[in-house]
Design a protein around this ligand. Structure first.
Ligand code: CS2
Length: 500
């Protein structure tokens, strides 16, 4: 294609507030060029956050005409996204992909971005800023530092080091440590009440986070812990929330599309499905953005929404990821189109729907069908191994409850049990059934691989991903062993298809 004058400019220019004038009108931020003032501190600047809460916040600020809810992005570890956001004046593009359609919109909700390891002073300053009234988190399941089964705060070197750092007024390393240090700074600065809103896929995420913060604070030595605990009880709230949007990792194709549609280079672009949902427990310590103006629902009790979403959507996602990867499918869309995988997912959904209460106004059957239709979106290119990551943290939240509920109802939990076996096989073998290498990221990987042989009871004990009573239940362990054997002998597709 002949290079037009515009193309040359495009290639050289990064997204920035100055460059917005040449961004097509339909792709400009809801707030136009306004730089919002800091109102939210967000921990964990991942793709999901940028395509979900930040978009709601952008739209809410514009709808309410209140640019005081800008997001102070804090990356506990990596620098890449923070560097890109700083270069781009906080701007980045969200691409919505569906079939062969792609739409772009620049998000203008970010007011600042900080890399906590190199800018702890600035991060602490923002926590203690009275203009900040809400802290949001997307730090992934393992970022909560809780035991995946019991939920209790871990007592390992990482947690001990962070408790010591917070006690000494030094920089903590983890997201949870940064949060507690920030709350302590807020107390000392008398900066007012704050709402801490978890946006990760955990059961009762806010309540769980509140409990973990409480345990962390209780380990602080001397009166400072007691004082902080009292301040938190009086001035902080930890509402729970159900968050939903499929946001795969960014690819070079996303960067190319952003450049084409927005007219500038964007190193913080994210691509997502069109669907988005946010249901938030209406329990705030003080003011909050008008997120309902952007489509979020504020409810008295979010537990039914969280339970339904985790067990219908996320559990099926994990099942498709493990069976799909083992059966040789690269993407979720390809895996869910495989009739064998489909049989297994439908069996799983039958067990979930029989054991879960529908949130008010929901039709769970229709919900399950809509979830599968979303997974089938071929434009997402969502890789099975991405969804398969961290199963030891995810399965206790999304799959194990269905095993327990189905067994409590006196029925075998074949489909959900197969997910556990497929996860064990995926993590241990690291290869698809036709011998191709798979990317395995899981905190339990090395532990599981160190177990010699394929004894299901030993593997389950080593993984510590199911409650001890379940791991000690001989019938259930025999089912896991049977599926491990089937997966090894017949492969994932045949094992899945046999679940009819
Ligand atoms: C996925 C989720 O990677 C995963 O584990 O199941 O990230 C999923 O895409 C989101 O929860 C959808 O809301």
């Amino acid at each position: 294609m002949a290079a037009r004058r515009g193309d040359v400019t495009v290639a050289d220019r990064s997204l920035s507030r100055a460059a917005l004038a040449t961004v097509p009108a339909e792709a400009r931020p809801a707030l136009g060029g306004t730089l919002p003032g800091p109102g939210i501190v967000h921990l964990g600047v991942g793709a999901f956050h940028r395509a979900h809460q930040a978009v709601y916040t952008d739209l809410a600020m514009a709808a309410a005409g209140d640019p005081g809810w800008g997001i102070v992005e804090v990356a506990p570890r990596s620098t890449d996204v923070v560097d890109a956001l700083r270069r781009q004046d906080g701007l980045y593009t969200v691409l919505e992909r569906s079939g062969d359609r792609v739409a772009a919109r620049v998000v203008g909700a970010v007011s600042e971005a900080w890399h906590a390891p190199s800018s702890f002073g600035e991060v602490a300053g923002r926590f203690a800023d009275p203009r900040v009234r809400v802290v949001t988190l997307t730090i992934t399941e393992k970022g909560y530092l809780g035991d995946p089964v019991t939920g209790a705060l871990l007592d390992d070197d990482t947690v001990r080091a962070d408790v010591a750092a917070v006690a000494a007024g030094e920089r903590p390393r983890t997201g949870l440590g940064l949060l507690v240090a920030g709350l302590r700074g807020r107390l000392m600065a008398d900066a007012g009440p704050v709402t801490v809103l978890s946006c990760d896929n955990l059961v009762g995420n806010g309540h769980r986070l509140g409990a973990l913060v409480g345990e962390f604070v209780a380990r602080l030595p001397g009166p400072s812990g007691t004082e902080l605990a009292a301040w938190i009880a009086a001035s902080a709230r930890f509402p729970s929330a159900m968050v939903d949007r499929i946001v795969p990792a960014t690819t070079p194709a996303d960067r190319a599309d952003a450049r084409r549609l927005v007219g500038a280079a964007d190193d913080a672009v994210v691509a997502a499905e069109p669907f988005t949902q946010w249901v938030i427990e209406d329990d705030f310590a003080g003011e909050r953005p008008a997120w309902e103006r952007a489509g979020a629902e504020l409810v008295a009790d979010v537990a039914p929404h969280e339970t339904a979403k985790l067990r219908v959507l996320n559990a099926a996602h994990s099942m498709i990821a493990y069976l799909g990867a083992l059966a040789g499918h690269e993407t979720i869309a390809a895996a869910v189109a495989d009739p064998a995988v489909r049989v297994a997912v439908e069996a799983l959904h039958r067990d979930v729907l029989a054991t879960v209460d529908a949130p008010p106004g929901w039709d769970l059957r229709a919900y399950a069908a809509s979830v599968l239709a979303r997974f089938a979106n071929p434009a997402l290119g969502h890789r099975c191994d991405q969804v398969a990551a961290d199963g030891s943290q995810k399965l206790p939240v999304r799959v194990v409850p269905t095993i327990l509920a189905t067994r409590a109802a006196g029925r075998p939990s074949a489909a959900a049990t197969l997910v556990v076996a497929a996860w064990l096989r995926f993590v241990r073998s690291g290869r698809s059934d036709d011998g191709r290498p798979l990317t395995v990221n899981d905190p339990a990987r090395d532990t599981l691989r160190a177990v010699g042989g394929a004894d299901a009871a030993r593997l389950l004990r080593a993984a510590a991903a199911v409650p001890a009573e379940l791991a000690a239940d001989e019938d259930w362990v025999a089912d896991v062993a049977g599926y491990l054997d089937d997966l090894a002998r017949h492969g994932a597709a045949a094992t899945a298809a046999a679940l009819t």
